[in-house]
Design a protein around this ligand. Structure first.
Ligand code: FAD
Ligand code: MG
Length: 344
């Protein structure tokens, strides 16, 4: 009898031990969250090397912020903005080239030389203000993406007008998301999700083979209240909206996306513009550009671009989805205030 009991005990101990080591469900993903570039960066990486890949991504995000942030005194962008001499940075040249391309095709609605006006409005600072008309008129003279001098061979860039400031706030999160995806692909990751404050990129499908489901924020709802879901695989979804960073004065909402033509927060008929495509740097620039252009001019612009789809939400709460995106979009408005315009 005594023998049976001791065998039983040894068996139980073995099972217990095994469960503490071998049988625990292998964590097949790593989720990390950090606060960088003024926003929360969430990443979920699947695979055996997930921890290492997720760490590499975080480090790359730090590096990008150090090099591209207008808020980091030692960044290359800050040097470019302060010195008036040229700076040498392949990363910045490539980003500026892309930025200029989207400035050209959006007729200047996207313009990274918007910096002086962003600074003057101070929308997301402790002291947001409405600048005086003639101050805006003065600063508007500095907004001119065509005046950025880029030397591709020497990989240098230079500003030509005193007081000009380049602000990559509208494109560099997209660039960072693409860098994160590249790190995943270089490490053989098959499934991952990266969200830089609403700038989302996904690698592959979810591990079970189903598409990633990305909620579209209700521009007038609470955080996490959606107006629809996008089902995506290997794509990026980037939204620009007037609800991200704004202040209200005299009942008027002043947001952070400035119309380079007027120097004021853009007053188009859109309250949010979501771009879905392959490259996040392009989606980021286009989400800002289309937000400024408004519905009709954005639809026209997108018809001229291959592989770029969108969801536009207008001030009168109508939702427009471009044709090739419709089958991946599920209308789901919890507030009951929005109309999904299926034809149009
Ligand atoms: P988007 O529509 O993508 O872009 C709007 C932003 O782009 C504006 O905030 C402005 O920066 C710029 N912009 C405005 N109008 C135009 C226009 N017509 N054309 C082109 N660009 C325009 N935020 C902080 O609060 N603190 C930080 O320290 C900070 N550091 C950052 C560092 C980096 C490298 C980056 C990329 C962003 C950082 N930010 C920081 C956030 C940044 O200031 C923007 O507010 C943010 O990127 C806006 O993203 P969005 O998707 O809401 O808007
Ligand atoms: Mg943008």
């Amino acid at each position: 009898m005594k023998n049976e009991r001791s065998i039983m005990l040894i068996l139980l101990a073995a099972i217990f031990l095994y469960c503490c080591t071998g049988c625990s469900p292998k964590l097949d993903f790593v989720e990390k969250e950090s606060f960088q570039m003024g926003t929360v960066i969430t990443e979920r990486v699947y695979g055996d090397n997930a921890e290492n890949v997720a760490e590499q991504i975080l480090n790359r995000m730090h590096g990008i912020e150090d090099n591209l942030s207008i808020n980091v005194k030692t960044s290359s962008i800050s040097k470019l903005n302060s010195s008036g001499t040229s700076i040498h940075s392949e990363e910045i040249i490539n980003i500026l080239e892309t930025a200029k391309k989207f400035s050209d095709i959006s007729n200047g609605a996207f313009d990274v030389t918007i910096g002086p006006l962003v600074k003057e409005w101070g929308v997301f600072t402790e002291n947001p203000r409405i600048p005086a008309k003639q101050r805006i008129a003065e600063l508007l003279k500095l907004v001119d993406y065509k005046s950025i001098v880029i030397n591709k061979e020497e990989k240098t860039a230079k500003l030509t007008k005193d007081g000009q400031l380049i602000d990559l706030g509208g494109i560099a999160k997209g660039y960072a998301a693409d860098e994160a995806v590249n790190i995943c692909l270089q490490n053989g990751v098959k499934s991952a999700y990266i969200n830089l404050g609403g700038n989302v990129s996904v690698v592959g499908t979810k591990p079970d083979g189903s598409p990633w489901r990305i909620g579209l924020q209700n521009p007038r709802g609470l955080e996490g209240e959606y107006i629809g879901i996008l089902n995506i695989v290997n794509k990026t979804v980037v939204t620009s909206g007037d609800y991200e960073r704004y202040f209200i004065k005299g009942g008027v909402r002043y947001h952070h996306i400035i119309d380079p033509k007027t120097g004021y927060p853009s007053k188009s008929d859109l309250i949010s513009s979501t771009i879905v495509t392959d490259k996040s740097i392009e989606a980021d620039a286009l989400s800002t550009a289309t937000f400024v252009l408004g519905l009709e001019r954005s639809k026209k612009l997108l018809r001229s671009l291959k592989g770029v789809e969108a969801v536009f939400v207008t001030k009168d709460k109508k939702i427009y989805v471009t044709d090739n995106l419709k089958k991946y979009f599920t209308f789901m408005d919890e507030s009951g205030e929005y109309t999904y315009v299926e034809k149009g």
